[in-house]
Design a protein around this ligand. Sequence first.
Ligand SMILES: NC(=O)c1ccc[n+]([C@@H]2O[C@H](COP(=O)([O-])OP(=O)(O)OC[C@H]3O[C@@H](n4cnc5c(N)ncnc54)[C@H](O)[C@@H]3O)[C@@H](O)[C@H]2O)c1
Length: 337
Amino acid sequence: MKTVIVGAGAIAYAHAKACRALNVEIVGVFDIRAESAKKLADEYHAAVLVDMEQYEKAVQGADMVHLCTPPSLRLAYAEIAMKAGCHVVTEKPMAIAVEDARKMCDMAERYGVQIMVDYNHRFRPGFQKLLEIVRSGQIGDIVDAFVYRAGMLGGNAGTKNDTWRRKPGLVCGMSIESLSHDIDMIIQLAGPVRDVKADVRGTYAEIPEFDNNVHVSLNMESGAMALVNASWSSYMKGSTRGVIGTKGTVYLEGDDLFDFTRLRIRTDEMECEQEFKLNDIYNLATCPSYTNATRHFLDVIEGKAENAVSGAYALRTLEISHAILDSAKAQRVVAVS
Ligand SMILES: NC(=O)c1ccc[n+]([C@@H]2O[C@H](COP(=O)([O-])OP(=O)(O)OC[C@H]3O[C@@H](n4cnc5c(N)ncnc54)[C@H](O)[C@@H]3O)[C@@H](O)[C@H]2O)c1
């Protein structure tokens, strides 16, 4: 398999490493900053693509593309690639506008290719363990799924003052960008969402559309409820996510936004809580989830697996993010259509 990477920033390196581990050859790298494209391309002996003409040529010889640009800048790359018959791995969120995500899904159908949206946390060993327990029925029916996570936007998300997330024209706050992972994980644990009631706050007065603190209460179609409490502007760090069931409780804990360091479980049959050390720390350089996700996508392309994170699925999660923002604005419950 051969791929072309578009957008050679932080996350592209995690994808490139996964490609190498799975013998997916990177044949070209494109970035609006030529020096960024060159840096990644040199590391992987790939061609540096300097304009759309070269990109268009490169995708002719590829099987797939990886779209790792900021989320609102992917449509044109997707269309050129899909037209050439390439399958698409796109970073989450699939887009910022629901309309763009819908266009991407329509294109994939038109050109007969697959899209996988990289909700990589679901492919991590810690979350897989949590999911396995919940699906085994050990904790009974789900009553409440919860996420509490707090930390500071930084690290791979760019320094505090240099990130596309807050740039005019590209702004993408937490509800759409980062919460897409939590929405995905809650759906995996507790099924489809029926409605949401949310409050969001931003801490940058000059960018009111950039939210970095979110509280959401969700009702699930199953009758379960869920709660997400997330902050990108907190010096207090940590995360807890899990499920309260009719027969027990199971949850992951960590010392930063996305660390799954411990799994704790207690069911009616247990005399006390059990704790398992997981050491599933979220580090872009070492996290196995990108390889796991890519492996899944290769299986999808080869017809060995159903696409578990399809464009249609990601479009639905994006609609939930927008419902969260609408709910916060209107201060009412918003149904997820
Ligand atoms: N799955 C995850 O856990 C995870 C983690 C971090 C980021 N992400 C997602 O990955 C995407 C990229 O985030 P990042 O942290 O790598 O950002 P980044 O700023 O580090 O990288 C983005 C790259 O895209 C390039 N770029 C910008 N506009 C472009 C254009 N029009 N055409 C081509 N290249 C362009 C930039 O020059 C930069 O090199 C976002 O959607 C983000 O939400 C996902």
